[in-house]
Write a protein of this length. Sequence first.
Length: 287
Amino acid sequence: MRRVTANGLDFALLEAGEGPLALCLHGFPDSAHSFARLLPALADGGFHAVAPFMRGYAPSAVPADECYRLGALVADAVALHEALGGDERAVIIGHDWGAEAAYGAAAFAPGRWRRAVTLAIPPFPLDFGLFNDYGQLRRFFYYFLMATPLAEPVLAADGMAFIDRLWRDWSPGLDGGEALAEAKRSLARGENLRAAIGYYRAVLDFPSDPDREPYAAEQAALAEIGPQPTLYLHGSDDGCVALELVGDAERYLSEASRMEVIEGAGHFLHLERPDEVNERILAFVDG
């Protein structure tokens, strides 16, 4: 594990291989370790595969300004591309919050990324439909918990049993094993847990003047469509985001993009079906 400074923040990262950059961004509640099977596959495919611990997730630093807006995640991805010596051959791969960051980075700095891969989260324009569906709102109960003072004690209680339950609900039948244990280690300290919760609080905090907020341009890019081909993968049994609500995702992706469903997989599809997911990702980014 090594560290780099990007966007004024100290990032810890896992990496493998040499070649064009393949930046892999994780989500919640997770860590860079969930890409343990993908990084060597990308390295074997001729990439410098890098998975940073996202801002606030140990052992990366907690930002002093406690800014967790999606625009900040986009800015982090672009700055990591720069810090890691990326060029126009780079690809960006994101799961969950990392997928949101990947969509935004692809649109905000299109010249930096040749292709994008997103897992489990559809393009930003579909968010309204998700938050307008009663069944999906029930799945998103945790979103609204995060906005309350109860979030920290609830998530920390009983050895982070709440996180265990989220993983079981989102990926039925998955034994999270070491990946789940590493995710909980990344959030074990109070400041890191508050940071992860802060991602949700930032989404639910509607600023009176968005144009004056930090990372306003990066935030605005989330509503745009990146020009590069994008592969969007979604598990058929995802317990976090219902498959039936994202079936038209290709409408919001660029030409030569596609959506593919991983049968029998849930939200953590890259852990449940690593060989299949890796094969599809490698075939796409090699194209």
